[in-house]
Design a binder for this molecule. Structure first.
Ligand code: CMC
Length: 439
């Protein structure tokens, strides 16, 4: 634990091992908010035992100053600022600065940052050809995972992770280029020409432009849609030590370059239990088909043998409500109203599903509530974004969280390679038998 974590009134936890005369005192540290943590680093040395926490439900894997979640109270703070305030008053570029540098920028810092990110939005021209190697029907997450990893092959000048300047340029490049790569993955899948980034547009506008514009037609920004897109980006920008961020940190702890680390994060995000859930929600709603089928679907979800989950519901940390889901639901209504969509069967179905689930003992007793992914897909669909791009959009937003967490880790003097241990339950040592003597 580095010096900024404070001893919690010099509290310790005494652990003694039954059946032996050995015990140890483990220090307890307090963060600025949130539960205290027990520093178990000398546990193995003193008692010869490991801790066992599959899924890391009770493990703080690192010290961080970036994002705080109180899952019981439904609180999400970026650098101390509530997500509700940032979603309403800030924008994605300002939030990106906040996540990366820890403070809201002055007007001048914001302008410099905005220009810095904008300056890096183009990708190396040769990278275009990389896309041609993919099948047209490849999932865009597969494409962006490959292309982001390949950035390391193009930007040799910022691969020295020990140089703060190079780390910063790599961070700018990742934040700036990910929308270009994401939009091109989509354009490639539908056989349309790639649109080059436009630096006169905001981050969200430019992303929508590269996704939707074609060279043959003038493109008109719809401020309502770009504002909604910006808000979606803000809501997804960081979420402390979730699976993909922990993946980025673990990959980064080996000294791997940031492009490789973010590619690893994209791979982890893809799973339906994580970022892939927004795509899975729409597929689920389509499969349910009509509201009359909801009770049968809920019965299936509650049947352990069916392995069916109510996608977009539940969260490892939020056990009351997901504050992002609340904002997302409001945004969903706003976007549909602005687009003049009075009747959206998917939204009606989602709301009915939510109503039924929230009054069902199964969900109540397990504290399962809608998460950020429950309503995001409906907004994105209304905005004309294809389902296969939903998780890609999550990756675009989360890139700033990943690079901020990666930077923080590299700059932490107590950082070492991440190397968990295990509870081994396999065969104990035995001798090799030649095949003729087996069985
Ligand atoms: N539908 C039905 N049952 C559920 C669900 C769900 N969506 N989520 C959890 N449960 C049940 C689970 O079966 C378990 O029941 P029991 O105690 O009887 O065995 C209980 O609730 C506790 O669940 P858990 O699996 O121990 O919870 P977890 O913290 O390991 O998993 C989760 C969290 C998000 C992976 C899980 O809730 C889930 O798979 N949800 C659906 C996928 C989803 O929406 N993911 C997006 C998460 S938010 C965005 C992000 O961070 O990427």
């Amino acid at each position: 634990m580095s010096s900024s974590a404070t001893p919690a009134g010099k509290k310790t936890v005494t652990v003694s091992l039954e059946g032996s005369n050995r015990s140890t005192n483990l220090p307890v540290f307090s963060g600025s908010i949130g539960p205290d943590v027990v520093d178990i680093r000398k546990l193995y040395g003193d008692l010869g035992v490991f801790t066992f926490d599959p899924g890391y439900g009770a493990t703080a894997s690192c010290e961080s100053k970036i994002t705080y979640i109180d899952g019981d109270a439904g609180v999400l703070l970026y650098r101390g600022y509530p997500i509700e305030q940032l979603a309403e008053k800030s924008d994605f570029i300002e939030v990106s600065y906040l996540l990366m540098y820890g403070e809201l920028p002055t007007a001048e810092q914001l302008e410099t940052f905005r220009k810095g990110v904008t300056y890096h939005t183009m990708v190396h021209e040769q990278l275009r050809r990389f896309f041609d190697g993919f099948r047209r029907d490849a999932h865009p997450m597969a494409v962006i995972c490959g292309v982001v990893g390949a950035l390391a092959a193009f930007y040799h000048d910022n691969l020295d992770i020990n140089d703060p300047k190079q780390r910063e340029i790599a961070a700018y490049r990742l934040i700036a280029k990910i929308p270009t790569i994401a939009a091109w993955a989509y354009k490639y899948s539908i056989g349309q020409p790639f649109m080059y980034p436009r630096n006169d547009l905001s981050y969200a506008e430019n992303f929508l432009y590269m996704l939707n514009a074609v060279p043959a037609e003038p493109w008109k920004n719809n401020p309502i849609l770009s504002r909604a897109m910006d808000r979606i980006l803000v809501l997804h920008a960081d979420h402390e030590q979730n699976a993909s961020t922990s993946t980025v940190r673990l990959a980064g702890s080996t000294g791997a370059n940031p492009f490789a680390c973010v590619a690893a994060g994209i791979a982890a995000l893809w799973g339906p239990a994580h970022g892939g859930a927004n795509e899975a929600v729409l597929k689920m709603l389509a499969e349910i088909g009509t509201p009359e089928n909801i009770p049968q679907f809920i019965r299936e979800v509650k049947d352990k043998n069916s392995h069916t989950k109510l996608m977009g519901f539940g969260h490892r940390v939020y056990k009351n409500f997901d504050p992002r889901a609340k904002i997302m639901k409001e945004t969903c209504h706003e976007v549909l109203a602005e687009l003049g969509i009075k009747d959206e069967p998917l939204l009606d179905m989602a709301m009915e599903l939510e109503r039924i689930a929230l009054s069902d003992e199964y969900f109540i007793s397990r504290k399962l509530y809608p998460n950020v992914d429950f309503y995001s897909g409906i907004i994105l669909k209304a905005m004309g974004i294809p389902t296969s791009m939903f998780t890609v959009l999550f990756a675009v937003a989360r890139t700033v969280g990943w690079v901020s967490q990666w930077k923080e880790m590299i700059e932490d003097p107590s950082q070492r390679i991440g190397r968990p241990r295990q509870l081994y339950t396999g065969a104990s040592q035995r001798d090799y038998l030649p095949v003729a003597r087996r069985g």
